[in-house]
Structures are given as structure tokens and as C-alpha cells.
Write a protein that binds this ligand. Structure first.
Ligand code: GUN
Ligand code: FE
Length: 415
């Protein structure tokens, strides 16, 4: 039997509203999947080695559903700009450099190192339009042992020529990466039309066909700023709305969409009907002054809301920071509109673990049958003595960092 037993203070969310807490207990997994949490270890496992983490916390690994790997170098820069100027003045200039594969290798290693250190064990990642550099990113994240979807970015207009491709080249590179990595266990391809303004209707349609033919998921940006929404209306006058443009291109069968701040009534209905996963990127909402996703309203409507760092719209990779910022933004909304309840800690935690984890199958929780993706958290002994498990987790989310993470497991294997 290929078992892993970790012992400590286990805490996770099964539902948004509350934490499940198992003090000083055994978390048992077989073949990478959780079989149960026990106060006393059942006889069947008594011969198995135990990794005893004492009074430390054991929590599900963080899930970042929206992050741009090349932009890691640009974090914290150009934060006085808004989206479209920021893309032109900083982002596109940096992404050009990834055609140099030496540069890409070094930059992506730097990114991957920090991603894993920060406790992100599953991520949906944008690379650049360079197929060869994207291949490098696949190899680096495979080596790290975390779970990821990686997208070569499809873009054929409205950016400097050096990062644009013809539709044919863009599709060919995309298919090449699908062929090479589709059957990987942990690191897989995802279709990544950058956002509607980077594409023509024809390119979107061709990508929709690939999504269907190869059964590959899709990630993109949706309704991040008012100017962008207006631009999309001008570029695609026939579409009912922004989401419909992706929908009628065949891109919403298994899709995750970042931002979704300014959705119309019909778009909310369509997102729900088609099970589109929406990604709240709170740091990016603030930094680029894009707006604030109305998270509570979306949750009340039954939409699927997850979390993303959106580095480098966001300036931090660590998903505990994204959780805290989501709570803080919800409090700003609550100050303006007291009837709108702010997010609880458990809700933000759920969004950054189980809700996002669902995109990768059963991960992000410690319920039976879930993959054991876990972080072991060490806090100060005085804090550990004074406070409950739930309070200690809250404190780690608000004040902790990679230095508090002393072990990481993906599918029951330490990485
Ligand atoms: N929209 C199109 N490209 C980007 C990007 O790189 N970052 C963000 N935040 N929004 C985008
Ligand atoms: Fe983004």
C-alpha cells in the first residue's frame, strides 16, 4: 500500500461558511488520495510511517487560477497606469524578451521558485506567444512537481508586431503543445486567447474548434475594465456581449475567465448556465484601478467564484495575500453598502483552495477521495499556545509568508 500519513492540526473548508477542524489528528492518504482523518490511527495503518508535524497546521495547498509567468519580473511596476496603457508600456515590452530562450529559462525558473515557495500547488498560468518559451515553462513546472495548466498566449492584433503571430502560426504552436503535453499527469495545456481585443473572430472560432476537438480547457480575460468592454463592443459589433463572443466561438465548454467585473444581467445568466468559472483578482482590481468584482452578488446568484493573483496586475504571488485582499475589498463594498455582507475568512479560503481546486479535479479539500495537496504551516510557539486552530490560520493568512510553510505535498508526495 502506497500510503502517506501526516499528523498535526488539520483545517480546511468543505463548505464556504465554515472551517472543518481536526486537532492533533492523522490525515491518511493512499495512492495520493485522502481516505480519512482520525483522532486515533486505525489498525490497518499502524505499520505505516507517520510524518508527525506536532502542533503545526496542515491545510490544503493554495490554488491560483490566474497568473502570468513572464510578468513576474514586472511585479510592482507601472502601478500608476490603467490596464490598456500598462499593457502597452510595460507588459508587451517585457513579453517580447521571452523570444530569447536563455532569458525565458532564467525568468521562468525565478517565477517557478517563488510560486512553489509561496504555497501555490495548482495554478493556471499564461506564458507568452512564444511557443518555444512556453515549452520551457512546461518543463520547469513539471520539474517542480506541482499541478498546472499552461497556456501559450494567442494574439494576432493590437500589440507590437514582435509578440503577434499570424493565425496559422498561432494555431500551429498551440496544437504542437497540446500534442506534446495533453497526456501529462500534472502539467497540462490550456487554450489562452489573451483577451478578445488580441484576436479576430476567425482566430477565436478556430480556437473554439480546437477546444472541442482536443477537449482542452480555455482561459481568458473578461470584462476587466469599462474601456476594454467598450472596445470589444466596437471590435465585435455582432456579439450580444463580451461573454457571448467567447460563447459563440465555442470557447465556454470548460472555461475560466479572469476579472468579470462589469457583467451584464445576460452575461451572469450565461456564466451560470455554462458553468464558467470566474476568477476574482483583488490586487489587480486595485492596482490597475479596474473596479471591484461584486463577489457577494455573484455568490448569491450561485456563480462559481475563485481567486487569482493576476501577477503582475497583482503585485504578490502568495494566495494568502489574495484571500486577505478579497476580504478587504469586500469590506470596502460593505462600508459603502452596509447590506452587502463582507467575505468571511472561510469564504476567501474556500475560494483559494476548494473552489479553484475543482478545476483540477478533486483537490483543494481534505474530504475523502480528494488528492492530498497540502501545506504544513509553522507559526510562533507563543501564537500557537494562545489561539485556536482557526485563529492561527487566520493570522497566518494575514501575516504569514513562505517562511512559515515548512512542507508541501502534491497528490500525497512531498515536493
Ligand atoms: N488583459 C489582456 N492581457 C492582460 C494581462 O496581461 N493582464 C491583465 N490583468 N489583463 C489583461
Ligand atoms: Fe491577467
Amino acid at each position: 500500500m502506497n500510503a502517506l500519513i501526516v499528523k498535526g492540526n488539520i483545517i480546511y473548508t468543505k463548505e464556504m461558511e465554515q472551517f472543518e477542524v481536526f486537532e492533533n489528528s492523522y490525515l491518511v492518504s493512499v495512492d495520493g488520495k485522502v481516505v480519512g482523518i482520525y483522532k486515533a490511527l486505525p489498525d490497518a495503518y499502524s505499520d505505516m510511517p507517520i510524518e508527525d508535524y506536532g502542533n503545526r497546521l496542515i491545510i490544503p495547498g493554495f490554488v491560483d487560477l490566474h497568473v502570468h509567468a513572464p510578468q513576474y519580473l514586472q511585479m510592482g511596476l507601472g502601478m500608476n497606469k490603467q490596464l490598456l496603457e500598462w499593457l502597452t508600456e510595460y507588459t508587451f515590452e517585457l513579453e517580447k524578451k521571452f523570444k530569447d530562450l536563455n532569458f525565458a529559462q532564467k525568468a521562468y525558473e525565478y517565477f517557478a521558485e517563488d510560486l512553489v515557495a509561496s504555497g501555490t500547488l495548482r495554478a493556471c498560468v499564461y506564458a507568452t506567444s512564444s511557443t518555444a518559451a512556453t515549452e520551457i515553462l512546461f518543463e520547469i513546472l513539471k520539474e517542480k512537481g506541482i499541478g498546472a495548466y499552461i497556456g501559450k498566449v494567442n494574439m494576432e492584433r493590437n500589440a507590437p508586431n514582435s509578440i503577434l503571430e499570424s493565425m496559422e502560426d498561432s494555431l500551429e504552436g498551440t496544437k504542437y503543445l497540446i500534442g506534446k503535453y495533453k497526456d501529462e499527469k500534472l502539467v497540462k495545456p490550456i487554450l489562452t486567447p489573451r483577451f478578445a481585443p488580441s484576436c479576430t473572430q476567425e482566430l477565436l472560432g478556430e480556437l473554439g474548434k480546437i477546444a472541442n476537438d482536443y477537449d482542452v480547457p480555455v482561459q481568458s480575460h473578461l470584462s476587466e475594465t469599462k474601456r476594454e468592454v467598450e472596445w470589444v463592443r466596437e471590435l465585435f459589433p455582432d456579439a450580444k456581449n463580451y461573454l457571448d463572443l467567447y460563447g459563440r466561438s465555442g470557447l465556454l465548454k470548460n472555461a475560466i475567465m479572469a476579472h468579470a467585473i462589469y457583467l451584464e444581467e445576460e452575461e451572469m445568466m450565461e456564466a451560470k448556465e455554462r458553468d464558467v468559472i470566474l476568477i476574482h483578482c483583488p490586487d489587480s482590481n486595485i492596482n490597475l484601478r479596474s473596479g471591484i468584482m461584486p463577489v457577494r452578488e455573484y455568490l448569491n446568484r450561485g456563480l462559481k467564484i475563485t481567486l487569482g493573483s493576476d501577477v503582475a496586475g497583482g503585485h504578490r504571488l502568495a494566495m494568502n495575500e489574495a484571500m486577505v485582499r478579497a476580504i478587504q475589498l469586500s469590506k470596502l463594498i460593505n462600508i459603502q453598502s452596509p447590506e452587502v455582507e463582507p467575505l468571511r475568512v472561510s469564504e476567501a479560503f474556500y475560494m483559494g483552495t476548494k473552489a479553484g481546486g475543482a478545476f483540477f479535479g478533486k483537490t483543494g479539500s481534505f474530504e475523502e477521495g480528494y488528492f492530498l495537496d497540502a501545506l504544513v504551516i509553522e507559526d510562533h510557539p507563543l501564537v500557537a499556545k494562545l489561539y485556536s486552530i482557526e485563529e492561527r490560520l487566520e493570522k497566518f493568512l494575514y501575516t504569514g509568508n513562505s517562511q512559515n510553510i515548512c512542507a508541501r505535498y502534491v497528490e500525497g508526495k512531498q515536493i
